[in-house]
Design a protein around this ligand. Structure first.
Ligand SMILES: [Zn+2]
Length: 504
């Protein structure tokens, strides 16, 4: 019986520390033994059957180097004066570097008409810097170790905010009941909901509730073991909103819990600019085929932090497909393949894809297939105690393959996923997984498989969380789908545009 001794030990240490020092509360998490192999060498690789050797040239280890290269672009940007808000962020020098890097790959591969098409952006939200501390008695916690403003958060007034801290549980009405939060810095607990592009406290209206009750700022403590920086999508309130790592969040919670009648003071300064006149780009390359019918492969280039799964993985898959098909003689490629590195959508805009949608009658009149390569490989992780454990395989993917009225496309996608070991859910999505294909699939036969993982939009989403085995499996499956589609006629694939039943 382990539980009782542990509880006693915890209670004793809590008592000892009760006077001043915040003692982080820890749940029992048995330490694993040291690793006996390097995970990267032990990833489970799906065997390639004799009949599928035509796809052997798609090499996951090579594709993984493209993920590492893109992470390096993001880190260069970080190390060049952007230590807090960094990544391959649309409109920045990292965006320009990623565009040139991709165009150089397209040229190296031998694609035709390689070009970087400039895209004018509306003013871009760019947080410049922030500092945040919470203090009680002699203790000061530097919360900017993990605090990250939610996308679109307003700045603080020039003098900053100096406010009492208050804890409001999960941010529901029940949590706010009877609490005065006026003028205060409000902290709430939140579970990430990566596939839904949100987190529980935002989804349930916690920040809006705080704003309506006169709070000065909101901190959403994201329940991921460790102290990761999280970029949240907009909370759409007029007060500053931050994500906070779990260790920092628990430390504040404990400080509030101990402080009694004199709550901790939180000092917040956030400098944000709306930067006009920035540009991004669409990066194009073409592999001419035997006809003017087309197959598109798209991948968004932008992302936060290393953005290794989202979306260095998808860009690596796109490059892998270009490399594979460029080796096949033009006469044996039924359709012209068009590769597009999209500017991206993390800036709450997606200007490049809107440009393409506005020209859909020209661009997609003879399109047999559009593959959106997005989040094509992620390490399988599990919660074990208050710890994230990594396994030696990749995660299952949400998927969409043309929908129920394109049974031939869906059947060949299912077959390809099985043949190459792409794990998926049994049920397809009714629309593509959240991402760029959502703007195209109503008028183009689209295929998209991708995952929204535990590290989604955090600084934990490093190249080590993108298994090369998953890159290999997904990219080979997409190549197989292209070949399968090239055995079908346009009439088997195209259909009248669907109405949008769920306008967003
Ligand atoms: Zn993405």
């Amino acid at each position: 019986m382990r539980t009782a001794p542990f509880t006693l030990a915890l209670a004793a240490s809590t008592l000892a520390a009760a006077a001043q020092q915040p003692a982080p509360v820890r749940l029992p998490a048995p330490e694993p033994a040291p690793a006996v192999y390097a995970l990267d060498d032990a990833l489970l690789q799906w065997p390639l059957s004799a009949s599928l050797q035509a796809y052997a040239d798609i090499d996951g280890r090579r594709l993984h180097r493209y993920v590492v290269d893109q992470a390096a672009i993001a880190r260069r940007y970080r190390d060049n004066g952007h230590p807090q808000f960094w990544g391959r962020i649309t409109g920045t020098s990292a965006d320009a570097e990623s565009a040139d890097w991709l165009a150089a790959h397209f040229t190296r591969i031998g694609l035709a008409d390689v070009r970087v098409q400039p895209i004018d952006l509306p003013p871009q939200w760019m947080p410049q810097s922030w500092t945040i501390t919470a203090s009680a008695g002699s203790i000061t916690l530097p919360l900017d170790r993990s605090a990250q403003p939610a996308y679109g958060s307003p700045a603080t007034p020039p003098g900053g905010i100096d406010a009492d801290a208050v804890w409001v549980g999960t941010g529901s009405d029940a949590d706010f009941a009877g609490r005065d939060v006026r003028g205060k810095a409000v902290f709430m607990f939140s579970m990430p909901l990566p596939g839904s592009m949100t987190n529980t406290s935002t989804a349930e209206g916690g920040p809006k509730r705080a704003e309506a009750r006169g709070a000065a700022a909101v901190f959403e403590v994201i329940a991921l073991p460790g102290n990761m920086r999280n970029m949240l999508y907009p909370a759409r309130v007029a007060i500053p909103v931050f994500a906070l790592g779990m260790e920092d969040g628990y430390a504040v919670r404990d400080l509030i819990g101990r402080a009694g009648d004199r709550p901790p003071r939180v000092r917040i300064r956030l400098d944000v600019r709306q930067v006009p006149n920035e540009t991004s780009s669409l990066v194009w390359g073409t592999l001419p085929g035997a006809t003017d019918e087309t197959i598109y492969v798209m991948a968004h280039r932008d992302g936060w932090f290393d953005a290794a799964t989202d979306n260095a993985s998808g860009v690596a898959t796109m490059i892998g497909l270009a490399e594979h098909f460029a080796k096949i003689p033009q006469a044996r490629r039924r359709r012209t393949m068009i590769f597009v590195g999209l500017d991206g959508h993390h800036n709450d805009a997606g200007v490049g894809r809107s440009w393409m949608v506005a020209r859909k009658d020209v661009l997609f009149a003879k399109t047999a297939l559009a593959i959106n390569a997005e989040h094509t490989s992620t390490i399988q992780t599990y919660f074990y105690g208050e710890r994230i454990r990594r396994s030696n395989t990749y995660t299952a993917q949400l998927w969409y393959a043309g929908g129920p009225t394109r049974p031939k496309l869906q059947d060949l996608a299912i077959r390809a996923f099985r043949e190459f070991g792409v794990s998926t859910y049994a049920e397809p999505e009714q629309a593509p997984p959240p991402g760029d294909l959502g703007r195209f699939f109503r008028f183009v036969p689209g295929v998209d498989a991708g995952d929204f993982n535990m590290y989604f939009h955090t600084d934990g989403e490093t190249p080590e969380t993108v298994p090369w085995t998953g890159l290999e499996a997904s990219t080979r499956a997409y190549a197989r789908i292209v070949d399968g589609v090239n055995a079908l006629d346009l009439k088997d694939l195209q259909r009248p545009p669907e109405p949008d039943p769920t306008p967003r």
